[in-house]
Design a protein around this ligand. Structure first.
Ligand code: S3P
Length: 190
């Protein structure tokens, strides 16, 4: 499961013997497929998968939608950072895959936490049009997805932050299986 020293070095990663575990973190805008791809990666690699939004909801006993409605976005961001800090602190010797909500990596404190943790941050990219279409087809309630124009504006604001990730994988026209395959191949983990 672990990468060979050769493949890891080629990708600029620390060789496996120097690491106790791997943390792959999927970031990107709403509709990028972070959760679907993360689940597939977890299954293929035999690693635990976690969605940070699920952790927030479980801790709060409220849905993301309720948190936004009752407490506002600023409080949601505070909870998001607290959840990420705990997740990073819990990292032991077991490798895992984590999907972040669309706004998490844009917060400098979260990006810093991930950098300090040695996580491999993977940006799942896609055009605003395709991401908007995917969100429309999903049942998931997303407080920050309103109309197409607002969606694109937020996408444009955030994309430069996502581009600071170590790896970018384009998801347009691809299913989650294909994207997961590209992630493992690029990181040299399978
Ligand atoms: C958000 C995206 C959502 C969720 C919350 C805020 C955002 O996650 O964290 O609604 O700021 O873009 P997904 O990206 O999984 O939809």
């Amino acid at each position: 499961m672990r990468p060979t020293a050769d493949s890891a070095t080629r990708k600029g990663l620390a060789p496996p013997e120097a690491r106790s575990s791997w943390l792959i973190v999927l970031v990107g805008f709403m509709g990028a497929g972070k959760t679907s791809v993360g689940k597939i990666l977890g299954q293929r690699l035999g690693w635990a998968f976690e969605d940070l939004d699920d952790r927030i909801q479980a801790r709060e006993g409220r849905s993301i939608e309720q948190i936004f409605q009752e407490s506002g976005e600023a409080e949601f961001r505070r909870l998001e950072t607290a959840a990420l800090r705990d997740l990073v602190a819990e990292l032991g010797c077991a490798s895992r895959v984590v999907a972040l909500g669309g706004g998490a990596f844009v917060q400098p404190e979260n990006a810093r936490l991930l950098e300090q943790s040695g996580a491999h941050v993977v940006f799942l990219d896609g055009s605003a049009d395709e991401l908007f279409r995917r969100c429309q087809q999903e049942q998931k309630s997303r407080p920050l997805r309103r109309d197409a124009r607002q969606f694109r504006e937020l996408y444009d604001q955030r994309r430069p932050f996502y581009l600071t990730a170590a790896l970018r994988v384009d998801t347009d026209g691809k299913d989650p299986d294909t994207v997961a395959g590209e992630v493992t191949c690029s990181l040299g983990v399978l």
